[in-house]
Design a protein around this ligand. Structure first.
Ligand code: 3HC
Ligand code: NAI
Length: 698
């Protein structure tokens, strides 16, 4: 294996190159290698200065996140930065790509930062529930001022090269040979009297108005500081730069960092980081399988979903044909697209020129034959299997072999559509979430005969659309909706047993969701589920009664809640409550007060139980895939890591015990812990201990 940090001397300048693929994270050998390079450069009288650079695309992506929670290996990153700062000879960072987190902090310990045009400097720790822990909150304010540093640290968003130079975060932008420029910069520093280091510089902090400007920037973050502990810590730590000498500020920063790193919220966010990347690796898909080129797509059906999907293609610059049954339906679909873009233009989030460019990419057409000549078709017509089978049979004829044929069905059997097409290898599901132009989740449903190329094409196009594709298997409702059905069922039962819509929603919003299930149904329209229940012979007495009373949700001004004229959120409605109480009476249920803990457990644990069954059946390959589905499809709070991570955090033994308890108290056998859950709980293990595909075998 190549050395993590290589060292050479050229023209009297030492060059230390960090080579720790894929992104030059600051793993222990890198930290040791940087210190060793510094030692050699300091000891060699022929060396005048040191340049630190990164091999490959990244300068340094930050601390090695996989080391968090493991016993620390010296040297600590903070000590590496201090050593650089104390170097007897000038040190220059040559930054060609990302300098993130600890990578930027290391660069802040250098005398100067020379950046290439593609450099990106940032402190993204906040997104992992952390604050910069190797001096970022102390040195950034000293370098560029606290009011400028705070938004960079609190947003975690990268600063591009030119902007970095403008703010003073970087010293020079080198358009040509970066290493040559960095070496020249280092040589010039070696020739000049040594400028004071950051630890001795306070002029940006003592400047008139500096403190007030910082406090104003901090005040703007007050709401986030209340909700996100890392934001509160960031504000306090940056404030410390005014009040404490560097060494003390660094010690305080370290305390904040350790506390946050060990907080379950940061653990959950780190789990999400890795789960998202893991989801991109599709089990059983050979690495050499190439996606087919998609230059043009078609969407069948210009309803709620079809229009959103067509806009997703146009937003990504991909020409798309939007196909309806007749001219009137097409006109309605095109109007819906125009209205949505028009709304964005009025809100200022889209320029009129960009709107026109996107509209020009959406071509309307009538009749299935118009799907000929495209590379990918997404079907989004009514949720009826016979209709979809007919459509796939026609698509199989009118499109060329190799054209990927995808269904956006929510629940139906994609294998049946695949057979009907006569080209099952080309068929799969591409299940978007409403609103499809906004929500990031894409469940890519691998059917029995889906070819590796079709699968690779769908996931790749998903990424081009800016979505997060997660590959799942065929079953009723796939991963997300199948688990959601468990929650919906319990919400209905809880209403019958004595809970109110507000109590149910409150349990989930207190947990971290932006909206509870009743408010969500009101927003989506209660008739959607009603139609499905009628078609499949199911009943949900409370939801059915609301629909029968014309309470279809926000669009009718009332549903679980009432929406008086002008109200932005629903208000509790005595009429709805009376209706719910009437159902309880009709069902012979004596209503009781139900505590928030029971409500939350009964909404969330049955979903986790269903997730365990989904893993057993191999519908999802990994628990992390299920978490990604819930994060991006249903706004599960990221700091809770997703349902399966949450189950691990709570402890599977507890989840299993509560499920068994509710199975006993409600008489619902389906609430008994699934075999996989029971087995892991008994072994004292968690879902995280499962390897890909191991769940299926278990
Ligand atoms: N530590 C360990 N592994 C990392 C890593 C890190 N900091 N950053 C990325 N990786 C891994 C990823 O897990 C992935 O592994 P995989 O191939 O096995 O799935 C691989 O590197 C490539 O990552 P991406 O798929 O994300 O590649 P991209 O090219 O799309 O993006 C990136 C590269 C912009 C560097 C992106 O990975 C990124 O933003 N990384 C995280 C940066 C970050 O959060 N840094 C702060 C860390 S905390 C810190 O520094 C604490 C300090 O203040 C003390
Ligand atoms: P919708 O009823 O709003 O739109 C369906 C459209 O399909 C109508 O405009 C109709 O004219 C058109 N259509 C019917 N037959 C056609 C044909 N032969 N050729 C071309 N167009 C045809 O339905 P919606 O809500 O957009 O759902 C579409 C699909 O997406 C369904 O399978 C649904 O289950 C699925 N879905 C719906 C979600 C939602 O939240 N509404 C979320 C995810 C998936």
């Amino acid at each position: 294996m190549a050395e993590a940090v290589s060292y050479r001397v050229e023209d009297g300048i030492a060059v230390a190159t960090i080579d720790n693929p894929p992104v030059n994270a600051l793993s222990a050998p890198v930290r040791a290698g940087v210190v060793e390079a510094l030692r050699r450069a300091s000891a060699d009288p022929a060396v005048r200065a040191l340049v630190i650079c990164g091999a490959g695309h990244a300068f340094i992506a930050g601390a090695d996140i996989t080391e968090f929670g493991k016993p620390p290996i010296p040297p600590a990153l903070g000590d590496v930065v201090l050593a650089l700062e104390a170097s007897p000879k000038p040190v220059v960072a040559a930054i060609q790509g990302v300098a993130f987190g600890g990578g930027l902090e290391l660069a802040l310990g250098c005398d100067a930062r020379v950046v290439g045009p593609k450099a990106k400097l940032g402190l993204p720790e906040v997104k992992l529930g952390l604050l910069p822990g190797a001096g970022g909150t102390q040195r950034t304010p000293r370098l560029i001022g606290a009011a400028a540093a705070l938004p960079i640290i609190a947003s975690g968003d990268p600063v591009p090269a030119a902007k970095a130079v403008e703010t003073g975060l970087a010293d020079t932008l080198a358009e040509g040979d970066l290493l040559a420029a960095a070496k020249a910069h280092a040589a010039a520093l070696a020739d000049a009297p040594r400028a004071p280091r950051l630890d001795a510089r306070t002029e940006r902090l003592t400047a008139p108005g500096a403190r007030e400007a910082f406090e104003a920037a901090a005040a703007a973050l007050a709401k986030r500081a209340k909700e996100e502990p890392q934001v509160a810590a960031i504000i306090q730590s940056v404030r410390n730069a005014f009040d404490l000498p560097l060494a003390e500020g660094l010690a305080k920063e370290r305390e904040f960092f350790v506390a946050l790193r060990d907080d379950p919220r940061s653990k959950a966010l780190r789990h999400v980081f890795f789960a998202e990347r893991e989801a991109a690796r599709i089990p059983g898909l050979p690495r050499d399988v190439k996606p087919r080129a998609v230059a043009r797509a078609a969407v069948l059906g210009g309803g709620t979903m079809g229009t959103g999907i067509a806009m997703s293609f146009a937003n990504a610059g991909i020409p798309v044909r939007l196909i309806e049954t007749d001219a009137a339906a097409l006109e309605r679909a095109q109007q819906r697209v125009a209205d949505t873009y028009g709304f964005s233009v009025r809100r200022g989030s889209l320029s009129p020129e960009a709107r026109d460019a996107r509209l020009a990419l959406i071509e309307g057409a009538v009749g299935l034959e118009s799907a000929a000549g495209v590379d990918l078709v997404v079907e989004a017509v009514f949720e009826e299997l016979e209709l979809k089978k007919d459509i796939f049979a026609t698509l199989g004829r009118v499109t060329a072999p190799g054209t990927v044929l995808a269904s956006n069905t929510s629940y139906l059997d994609i294998n049946a559509m695949a057979v009907a097409s006569g080209r099952p290898g080309d068929v799969l599901g591409m299940h978007f979430f409403s609103p499809a132009n906004v929500m990031k989740l894409l469940e890519v449903v691998r059917a029995a005969a889906t070819s590796p190329e079709a699968l690779a094409t769908a996931t790749e196009i998903g990424r081009r659309l800016g979505k997060v594709p997660v590959v799942v298997g065929v079953c009723h409702g796939f991963v997300g909706n199948r688990m959601l059905a468990q929650r919906t069922l319990q919400a209905e039962r809880l209403l019958q047993e004595g809970a109110t819509p507000a109590q149910i929603d409150r349990a989930l919003t207190d947990f971290g969701f932006r909206m509870g299930p009743c408010a969500m149904s009101d927003l989506a329209g209660l008739d959607i589920g009603w139609r499905v229940r009628k078609a499949t012979g199911q009943v949900a007495p409370v939801a059915d009664a609301l629909c029968e009373a014309g309470r279809l949700g926000q669009k009718t001004g009332k549903g679980y809640y009432a929406y008086p004229e002008g109200a932005r959120a629903g208000v509790e409605d005595p009429e709805a409550l009376a209706l719910i109480e009437g159902i309880s009476e009709k069902l012979g249920i004596t209503r009781r007060a139900i505590g928030q803990e029971e409500i939350l457990e009964r909404l969330v644990y049955p979903m986790i139980n269903e997730g365990a069954r989904i893993l057993e059946e191999g519908i999802a390959a990994r628990p992390g895939d299920i978490d990604v589905v819930w994060l991006y499809g249903y706004n599960w709070p990221a700091w809770r890591g997703g349902p399966m991570h949450h189950a691990d955090a709570v402890g599977l033994a507890h989840v299993a015990e509560r499920l068994a308890h509710y199975a006993a108290t409600t008489g619902e056998a389906s609430l008994m812990p699934a075999p996989l859950l029971a087995k892991l709980a008994a072994a004292g293990a968690g879902f995280a201990t499962l390897k890909a595909d191991a769940a299926k075998a278990a």
